[in-house]
Write a protein that binds this ligand. Sequence first.
Ligand code: SF4
Length: 245
Amino acid sequence: MSNRLDQAEGKLGNDLVEKGHGIHTSLLDFYGRPIWDTPTAPLDELISTILSQNTNDRNRDRAFLALRAKYPSWEEVRDAPEKDVIDAIRPAGLASKKGPRIQLILHQITVERGELNLDFLREMSADEAREWLLRFKGVGPKTAAIVMQFSLDTPAFPVDTHIYRVTGRLGLRPAKMGREEAHVWLSTVFDPQDYGPAHLNLIRLGREICHPRNPSCIICPVNQHCDYFADIGDFNTENVDIVTL
Ligand code: SF4
């Protein structure tokens, strides 16, 4: 990973870092500094993030709360009948995949650590923590980065579907770069101390303005930085949604 990071840094110029800073600053002016006010234990964050895959926050939370209501400890989740865990997390979707993966991860952590607690990851470097988390089936770069950034307080820049789309349009990453590479690349574009607020504000921009289809460029707070917007040139307002915030 560090080799790839070095390569990304080698390709980045000051212009791109300045552009990233300008976008981050504009988003802070527009949305304010978002607060991540519910840091959870790393294992809770890991399971919650697995539940969030391919669904929305509301369904993730419904599934997580249902699971914890049925099984107050992670040991109970680990040892429960598979079909009961699947039933509990159905609101998150893909339950027959996510349930067995969660139980397998809980078993693997127990075997390796002797307990269901991931606080030891706080003592690791960012690269070590990432590599440790990525060994589990069902844990990819985004899930690992969310656990690191929002629970371990270890700098990481998670790239979800909104951030991938928005940063591609803005020109903050090469257009054809894959999502996994984008994690490494974008973590060099932004300052580590800005990862959390930049991540949350870019997601909000993607949800509210930079829609997958018909982005609302005319009201976008970062359109002065955006390659897509520049390419439109004398754009036609028929091509954009004008929304009221
Ligand atoms: S200007 Fe348009 S394409 Fe660019 S980030 Fe804003 S909404 Fe997305």
